[in-house]
Design a protein around this ligand. Structure first.
Ligand code: PRT
Ligand code: ZN
Length: 300
């Protein structure tokens, strides 16, 4: 039995598109764990953290019910369940803490190429197959459109050819699935990525310190993904130009160069990715010996 009072429980997808990235994120936060025999629970060895491996659809409910303190799931699922809970009068089933920058996809309408609907204005009176009935109904209501929403739990793209719908609304990443079924992607109603959600209940004091530490580490991991440490030699009078060229840069460290009066060494952390164009622009204002180094860990 897991001690709920002192150990943090995190719900993650058992096996699917989000599993590897979710585990990688937690491992980057320093978590080491062992999985039980039936692989349903991961016991943290070096932190008071346990992982619950479940279907992604169950993650919002486990967090809402405070069975888990935190959960990692796609915004598509988190938002779908939020609207469903809202219909039951539950206003804040969880708080969304971070967007995690993986699992990117979009929820879009799909119009069969030879079907009767080719734009949202033609939706009234038609049937829409989707696994996201609450999001679709919410979208239709916001546009004052009346259409029938037919719930499908999977293989939504075959609903039109089965004669079950005129249109679909489904997740898209590359667009290959819709194309293969001769469906044209239409309007996107939700841009999704994986998010971290937190229980609506106050975290007990016994766990608060570790929850805060974990959230801070996740923030650190997110920041270093894009961040770079940049070193260069630069003319003293080009420092303002250089600062303007570096995206998301913090105050640079400026160091003297032995035996050189008009140049300095500049070290700076950039919070965004650095492209070749930026390096070329730095060179154009006089920078030389520019090094861009990845950052492994960062604690704000
Ligand atoms: O068993 P469990 O319920 O946990 O898994 P699942 O089968 O419900 O989910 P899974 O692993 O397929 O997806 C988990 C999450 O990944 C989703 O909730 C999204 O947040 C995210 N994600 C990202 C996607 C996609 N990209 C995606 N392309 N989820 C599903 N798809 C499907 C889509 O439904 C369609 O069938 O892939 C097809 C479209 O892909 P393209 O590349 O052909 O456009
Ligand atoms: Zn699922």
């Amino acid at each position: 039995m897991i001690d709920k009072r002192t150990r943090i429980k995190i719900a993650i997808q058992k096996s699917g598109r989000l599993t590897a990235h979710s585990l990688e994120l937690l491992e980057q936060c320093g978590l080491k764990y062992t999985r039980d025999r039936d692989q349903l629970i991961g016991y943290g060895e070096n932190m008071p953290v346990d992982l619950l491996f479940v279907r992604d659809d169950d993650i919002p409910g486990l967090v809402r019910d405070d069975v888990c303190d935190l959960g990692i799931a796609g915004l598509n699922i988190v938002e779908e369940k939020r609207l469903e809970f809202l219909a039951d009068g539950i206003e804040q089933p969880y708080t969304q803490v971070y967007a995690l920058d993986f699992g990117h996809c979009r929820l879009s309408f799909g119009y069969p190429e030879d079907g009767p609907v080719q734009a949202i204005e033609q939706l009234p009176g038609k049937r829409i197959a989707t696994s996201y009935p609450w999001i679709v109904r919410d979208y239709l209501a916001s546009r004052d459109l009346q259409a029938d929403v037919v719930e499908f739990s999977g293989a939504v793209e075959i609903a039109p050819s089965l004669g079950r719908s005129d249109v679909i609304c489904d997740l898209v990443s590359t667009g290959t699935t819709m194309k293969a079924n001769r469906i044209r992607e239409g309007e996107t109603i939700l841009e999704s990525e994986c998010v971290l959600i937190k229980t609506p209940v106050d975290i007990p004091p016994e766990k608060l310190d570790w929850v805060d530490r974990l959230l801070q580490r996740i923030e650190g991991v997110m920041q270093v993904r894009e961040s770079k440490y940049i070193m260069m030699h630069a003319p003293k009078d080009a420092l303002a130009d250089i600062a303007a060229l570096l995206p998301g840069a913090e105050s640079p460290t400026v160091l003297p160069l032995e035996g050189v009066d008009d140049k300095v060494a500049v070290h700076v952390v950039c919070r965004e990715n650095i492209f070749w164009e930026t390096l070329e622009a730095l060179k154009a204002v006089g920078a030389s010996s520019v090094l861009v180094v990845p950052i492994e860990k960062m604690l704000a």
